[in-house]
Design a protein around this ligand. Structure first.
Ligand code: NAD
Length: 360
């Protein structure tokens, strides 16, 4: 198999973790006789610095011609601390999602047993948790207009908006996924308060009639935030909007032990994009200590979803599992029982993973 992958490493730890993921893909190619070629384009601050734009039309056009996209992360404190800057790294993310029609963000939350003690939650609460989030990605308050300041900047407006077709298409995808899992779907909204959520709930109820085998529940976001850490095992597929999904999946990262462990796939009409759920982590950027697993596990999703290479995808997951079983950790998932010589930096973690991949 011959596949072209565009790499958008971005900012902060983005280039550090994607470098490992690329090496892992190359090792998969070597082990299973596939050819993966990589083209590098800019996004976020890295792109603003060079071109003035957070994501250029030329980079977008390269992405459109690719078989898959691997993204690192965007963002820097200089933007977070200065909200009035008009050109911002995250505009690059919103542009690529919108332009490629990446309306569904799949976020699997699965705990490796070896990391039971890395979470701040009790092992008996999280052991066996296995959740697949479907977060809508191109609608909601992140895209609605008007978005502006009024009355000399003293009043701010954002607009939450959903069209029925946007809810229907991601709902169908989530129901289809539930059919292949434990056949449970929980739709999360705030239908007691928000008009958008009432449309969301009505639409999910309508689609559910096409899926009689799926047990459907509806939960308000505030309750869902609580239930997720109280009893995560009650959930199978969770379907929710853009903003609620953004927040809930960061919370769910605690179930998996660290933000550094969670991959995602953004899929839509054409080429799909794979990225960790974490951001650019400016507090650790440049130190070479970031956990690259979220990026590596994103590559496992790419092999499975975009290329249909299930054996290869599982081989990557097995390598991660073996690495953890053998006691290796990056600092974020190390605990008091981890011996110093087993705490690896980003690059050594990648080398270890590749050695497992090549001998398996
Ligand atoms: P973050 O995810 O970057 O970091 C949160 C915490 O998790 C930090 O303490 C960080 O060190 C830790 N962390 C994250 N990834 C890690 C990894 N791989 N290994 C070890 N530790 C890791 O979130 P934040 O601090 O809220 O945001 C930082 C910047 O990232 C901001 O500019 C924000 O806008 C941006 N951001 C970008 C994306 C994206 O590119 N998709 C997503 C979220 C935030």
């Amino acid at each position: 198999m011959n596949k072209k992958i565009v790499v958008l490493a971005g900012d902060g730890i983005g280039p550090e973790v994607t470098a490992v993921a690329v090496e892992v893909l190359k090792a998969v190619g070597k082990r299973y006789h596939h050819e993966f070629t990589f083209e590098y384009e800019l996004i976020g601050h890295a792109s603003i610095e060079k071109t003035g734009s957070p994501f250029t039309d030329e980079a977008l056009s390269k992405c459109k011609q690719a078989d898959a996209i691997l993204l690192g992360a965007v963002g820097l404190p200089m933007y977070d601390n200065n909200p009035s800057l008009k050109v911002r790294p995250e505009q690059g993310l919103l542009k690529i999602r919108k332009e490629l029609g990446l309306f569904a963000n799949l976020r699997p939350i699965k705990l490796f047993d070896e990391l039971l003690d890395a979470s701040s939650l009790k092992p008996e609460v999280i052991k066996g948790a296995d959740i697949l989030f479907f977060r809508e990605l191109t609608g909601d308050i992140y895209f609605g207009t008007p978005r502006e300041r009024r009355e000399n900047g003293t009043v701010a407006v954002d607009t939450m908006i959903y069209a029925q077709y946007e809810i229907e298409r991601i709902a169908r995808m989530a129901f289809d996924a539930a059919l292949t899992r434990r056949k449970k779907l929980c739709s999360v909204d705030k239908a007691n308060v928000l008009e958008c959520s009432r449309l969301w709930r009505e639409t999910v109820q309508k689609i559910s009639s096409e899926y009689p085998d799926i047990e459907v529940t509806h939960m308000f976001i505030d309750n869902a935030a609580m239930q997720l850490i109280k009893n995560p095992k009650q959930f199978d597929v969770i379907l929710t909007g853009n903003m609620f999904g953004d927040i809930l999946t960061d919370e769910a990262a605690q179930i998996a032990g660290s933000m550094g462990m969670l991959p995602s796939a953004s899929v839509g009409k054409t080429v799909a994009l794979y990225e960790p759920i974490h951001g650019s982590a400016p507090d650790i950027a440049g130190k070479g200590i970031a956990n690259p697993m979220a990026s590596v596990l994103s590559v496992a999703l790419m092999l499975d979803i975009s290329f249909g290479l299930k054996t290869e995808s599982q081989a990557v997951i097995n390598a991660v599992s073996q690495y953890l079983k053998d006691g290796f950790r990056t600092f974020d998932i190390a605990d008091s029982k981890t011996s110093k010589d087993k705490i690896l930096d980003t690059q050594s973690c990648g080398e270890k993973l590749i050695s497992y991949l090549l001998i398996s």
